[in-house]
Design a protein around this ligand. Structure first.
Ligand code: RAM
Length: 354
């Protein structure tokens, strides 16, 4: 189940750093949002014949997002599109709307969005589409009415199955567990949590497990750390925490690693190997999972191109080529799967660099 990314990780991070170096940073009136645009973004699009693609992640200050964008930039360059990134600093429900409105005014050809809320971005995306833009959702879906395709890392249910299985293995199938998520509105997180709960409720293998609490760290490191601490204080019998967010799992691992719970309370979920390595090696964490975030950005860009040139419309069965990653097929509900997931532990974590 491995993918050949460990040799590319460093290069992608360098690419992401280069984007950051080029970025023009403008604080907008709200004081809490940030626009980071590459040199090309300010020139707009559509006028000079070059197509433009803009990535709108859930939030900018997220190491996971940086790796995704590294892949997005690489693919955008390969297809000759003007590439830019705009987005909020925090992942609240409506924080992306003003950025979408600006992209629409600029005539951006492809908007690639990880939605902080499936519906809050709806009217702004509708306006963008009315103006001719193609909408690719990635990472966290919008309501399907508002986008052409959703590029999903892995089947949502499979993401949930890995996490509950790993947790069950780590706590011997028995005990109270909690979930530390990102924001309360995030489509991807809520989908995964729904399937984890469903497994606990219906799969006899997990009959001994109870989910006693779900808390939200908002993909903010400090808040996630505090929420982890709060979970342990409020639930003294807690056997484990599942954190299906890279920010949440890293903050929780940091908390556990210097606490009395280290090695006693299990932690699994979705993490970046580079952020989790020290906690796997010091015994705080046994195993966790993720996919290749850079490939998610790459496939999203190629999907955008395929929509613009008419290779696909988003209908089930449509196919397109995602560069070196090969052919992808649009599945039911306009979903394109990137996959596969990988599980990391002390034996393989050094093979990955992202
Ligand atoms: C966080 C974000 C993102 C999610 C990853 C696994 O960085 O919440 O949306 O896909 O974790």
């Amino acid at each position: 189940m491995e993918f050949p990314t460990h040799t590319r990780g460093r290069a992608l991070r360098r690419a992401a750093a280069a984007v950051a170096a080029l970025a023009t940073v403008t604080l907008v009136a709200s004081g809490c949002a940030l626009t980071a645009a590459s040199d090309d973004a300010s020139s707009g699009s559509g006028s000079g014949g070059t197509e433009s693609i803009a990535f709108v992640p859930k939030q900018l200050n997220n190491p996971y997002t940086d790796v995704v964008l590294g892949g997005g930039e690489k693919a955008s360059k390969a297809i000759g599109y003007d590439y830019s990134v705009v987005g909020p600093l925090e992942a609240s429900a409506s924080s992306q709307v003003t950025f979408l409105n600006t992209l629409t005014q600029q005539g951006t050809n492809v908007i690639v969005i990880a939605a902080n809320d499936p519906d809050a971005v709806g009217p702004a995306l509708k306006e963008a589409r009315d103006g001719g833009a193609k909408i690719v959702a990635f990472d966290s879906d919008t309501n399907p009415d508002y986008r052409d395709v959703f590029v999903s890392q892995v089947e949502a249910k499979d993401v949930a199955l890995i996490q509950i299985r790993q947790m069950s293995e780590q706590i011997g199938g028995q005990g109270d567990i909690a979930i530390l998520s990102a924001t309360a509105n995030a489509t991807n997180q809520n989908e995964w949590i729904k399937y984890i709960q469903e497994e606990v409720d219906t799969n006899p293998d997990y009959a001994g497990i109870t989910i006693v609490s779900t808390v939200y760290g908002d993909d903010d490191d400090a808040k996630s750390f505090q929420e982890a601490q709060g979970l342990l204080q409020a639930n003294p019998d807690l056997k484990g925490i599942i954190s299906p967010t890279t920010v949440g799992i890293a903050a929780t691992a940091r908390y556990l690693s210097t606490s009395e719970y280290k090695g006693k309370v299990a932690l699994t979920g979705l993490g970046l190997p580079n952020e989790m390595r020290e906690f796997v090696k010091d015994g705080t964490v046994t195993a966790f999972a993720l996919w290749d975030p850079a490939q998610l950005g790459e496939v999203a860009a190629y999907a955008g191109q395929a929509l613009v040139d008419g290779t696909i419309t988003g209908a089930e069965g449509d196919t397109f080529t995602a560069g070196d990653l090969g052919e992808r097929t649009v599945g039911a509900d306009g979903i394109v799967i990137v996959g596969p997931p990988t599980e990391f532990d002390v034996d393989n974590i050094d093979d990955y660099d992202f």
